[in-house]
Design a protein around this ligand. Structure first.
Ligand code: NDP
Ligand code: 8X3
Length: 251
């Protein structure tokens, strides 16, 4: 029987690439996100063994109801990829918007634990399953304007480590994947639709692509069951820490 992966935030970027990667390998895919039309497009692209499950991860009851509604062949979930997330703004803390901070906490932190809590009891009971979280180098390194975004990703890293302790002995695996600069809609969202500001971030430098991280997510989920990859930190070659993007430039 085909194994089941659920990818949150699969309407764009890393999540979309991850859904496509697992589908290509013959997995049954559940894809979530708020933009239903993007899930419908993915359904056309993937075809069979696909379920689009629209949800806003900030809505605790909606998340619980969506996961509770799943039936075979879309349940039980073998791998949950907690990818939905965002940065909003890059102001110094003294100027930042409290609404932006609340949205990041509600999405990156609470949304991630709502989804985790919905699938974890079943995984522990079955002695099998894998939670793969999307952290960031921003959860480890510091840079100007990362304030709450970086702190939410530090939460994701600590939560991942603590989950390992809680599920100790159950056979359930937990991994935190921590990418550096990656080209997606991430900066367009961060800069609230300002395309030129977003383009400037990616100009001249060869960033990671969503498919690079999708490959890593697929790899960590397919190592033998006795192997748990705890953390993966990955940056583009031209980046050496969060604040340092350097040569080589694109030709
Ligand atoms: P994108 O903006 O391309 O994708 C973000 C995804 O998250 C979208 O599918 C979006 O779907 C979903 N999402 C956002 N808010 C919600 C919500 N409230 N409810 C449900 N889904 C939501 O960004 P990336 O692919 O780059 O980012 C994916 C993850 O990787 C994030 O957690 C990000 O923090 C992390 N990351 C990104 C890096 C980068 O440089 N790009 C580097 C390191 C980590 P929709 O809008 O349809 O709801
Ligand atoms: C996204 C990477 O460096 O823009 O998490 O914060 S960074």
């Amino acid at each position: 029987m085909s194994r089941v992966v659920c990818v949150t935030g699969a309407t764009s970027g890393i999540g979309r690439a991850t859904a496509l990667r697992f589908a290509r390998e013959g997995w049954t895919v559940i894809a979530t996100g708020r933009r239903k039309e993007r899930l419908d497009e993915l359904a056309k692209e993937i075809g069979n063994n696909f379920l689009g499950l629209p949800m806003d991860v900030r809505d605790r009851d909606a998340v619980a109801a969506a996961f509770a509604s799943l039936k075979a062949p879309f349940a039980p979930i073998d791998v949950l990829v907690n990818n939905a997330g965002l940065a909003l703004g890059q102001e110094a803390a003294q100027n930042a918007s409290l609404d932006d901070w609340d949205t990041m906490v509600d999405t990156n932190l609470k949304g991630l634990y709502y989804c985790t809590r919905a699938v974890l009891p079943g995984m522990v009971e079955r002695h099998s399953g894998h939670i793969i979280n999307l952290g960031s180098i921003a959860g480890v390194n510091s840079y100007f304007g990362a304030n709450v975004y970086g702190a939410t990703k530090a939460f994701v890293q600590k939560f991942s480590q603590n989950l390992r302790c809680d599920v100790h002995g159950s056979g359930v695996r937990v991994t935190n994947v921590e990418p550096g600069r990656l080209e997606s809609e991430f900066t367009l969202v961060r800069f609230k639709g300002d395309q030129s500001q977003s383009d400037a971030i990616y100009a001249d430098y060869e960033s990671l692509q969503p498919e690079d991280v999708a490959d890593i997510i697929y790899y960590v989920s397919t190592v033998p069951a006795h192997v748990n990859i705890n953390r993966v930190e990955v940056m583009p070659t031209c980046q050496s820490d969060a604040g340092t993007i350097c040569a080589p430039r694109r030709k």
